[in-house]
Ligand binder design. Structure first.
Ligand code: NAD
Length: 362
């Protein structure tokens, strides 16, 4: 197949980890006979420095035309003045909005080799395999904001259509997994949550009778996510609750550097990025963990290009690399850490073996 992929390296460790993901994509193309046209564009602080804008029009246009977008991370101390008119994060928000991306997917599947690095007891983590689907374009982050001398308010709004589409997406994803969806809200207090619960129940009942839907209040969910994470399959929730719960869920994996994400809309084009930021404290040293970015490339193959076999090849190669104890500094015990390049090469080597096995099965 032919695919146009826009690569947005961004700031800090962004260029280092996207280079690793690009290597995995290029190897996939070569191995399976695809043509991926990978084009780099500017975003974030790097774009501000070059053009004055965090999301130049040329970048947005290229992303709109592409089949998929791979992003590193944006931001850093150089652009962090809170009073600055333009900030790197604005580029990311504008890109999500510009592409109509309303569902943010974060799969969390702790690997046996990294269980010890998580702050949770390993016996609670074994077998955890959950997918958080966060609504990305509505809720309190986008409602009207008011500030007076001695008070302030942020309006939280959701429409039926906004809830329907993200719940529908979560239920469809659950069909490819264990057919269980947990919808998280605060329906005992918030009117938006009562609407959320009504709509989620209707969508699941009418359109996904084969999927089990349960409702959970966000406060107890925050607790259960740590005390019994194995109980969950797909978790769907609104924007702010999802923002908080996805960061909490990332702790189950052992390191921020391990986790990928996908942001999807109605169309085919999706935005794929590791969940971590630009990590300015380790940028430029060649020690960043590239696994979250490489697994984001696997999500890109699966969700935007429909290449499930190729996505699985990357995921198996990453698992085999971790199994072999090839761990970057965020995971390894002192003195035994692999560099970004060493982890990337190890994944590539294992893709070669794994992909050959996949081809033989065809
Ligand atoms: P961060 O995720 O960049 O870093 C948090 C900690 O995790 C740091 O100690 C860092 O070294 C470590 N870390 C992160 N990714 C790692 C990796 N791949 N390998 C090894 N260690 C890794 O979060 P932060 O420090 O709060 O933010 C730094 C900058 O990134 C800020 O400007 C913030 O606004 C931005 N940010 C961007 C995004 C994004 O682009 N989507 C997301 C979060 C934060």
């Amino acid at each position: 197949m032919h695919a146009d992929i826009v690569v947005l390296p961004g700031d800090g460790i962004g260029p280092e980890v996207t280079a690793a993901a690009v290597e995995a994509l290029q190897f996939t193309a070569q191995r399976y006979g695809h043509t991926f046209r990978l084009r780099e564009h500017l975003i974030g602080g790097a774009a501000i420095d070059a053009t004055g804008e965090p999301l130049p029009a040329a970048t947005l246009e290229a992303c709109r035309q592409a089949d998929a977008v791979l992003l590193g991370a944006v931001g850093g101390p150089k652009w962090s003045d809170p009073n600055a008119k333009v900030r790197p994060e604005q580029g990311l928000l504008a890109l999500r909005k510009g592409l109509g991306l309303y569902a943010n997917l974060r799969p969390v599947r702790p690997h046996p080799a990294t269980l010890g690095a998580a702050p949770i007891k390993p016996h609670l983590l074994a077998g955890v395999d959950l997918l958080v689907v966060r609504e990305l374009t509505g809720g309190i982050y986008f409602g009207q904001k008011r500030r007076e001398a001695d008070r302030a308010s942020d309006l939280c709004e959701y429409s039926t259509a906004e809830i329907e589409r993200v719940v529908r997406r979560a239920c469809a994803l659950a069909r490819e997994r264990r057919r269980h969806v947990t919808s998280v809200d605060k329906a005992n207090v918030l009117e938006t949550s009562r609407l959320w619960r009504d709509v989620a129940s209707r969508v699941a009942r009418e359109e996904f009778p084969d999927v089990t839907l349960e409702h959970q209040l966000v406060d107890s969910m925050a607790m259960h996510l740590l005390s019994r994470p194995r109980a969950y399959d797909v978790v769907v929730t609104e924007n702010m609750f999802g923002d908080i719960l996805t960061d909490e869920a990332s702790m189950l994996a052992g390191s921020m550097g391990l986790l990928p994400s996908a942001s999807l809309g109605e169309g085919r084009v999706g935005l794929y990025e590791p969940i971590h930021g630009s990590a300015p404290d380790i940028a430029g040293r060649g020690i960043a963990n590239p696994v979250g970015a490489i697994l984001s490339a696997a999500l890109l193959l699966r969700h935007s290009l429909g290449l499930e076999r190729e996505a699985a090849c990357i995921e198996q190669a990453v698992a085999a690399t971790l199994d072999a104890g090839i761990l970057s500094a965020d995971l390894a015990v002192a003195g035994q850490a692999a560099t970004t390049a060493e982890v990337t090469t190890a994944v590539r080597d294992r893709m070669e073996t794994g992909c050959q096995v996949a081809e033989l099965r065809d």
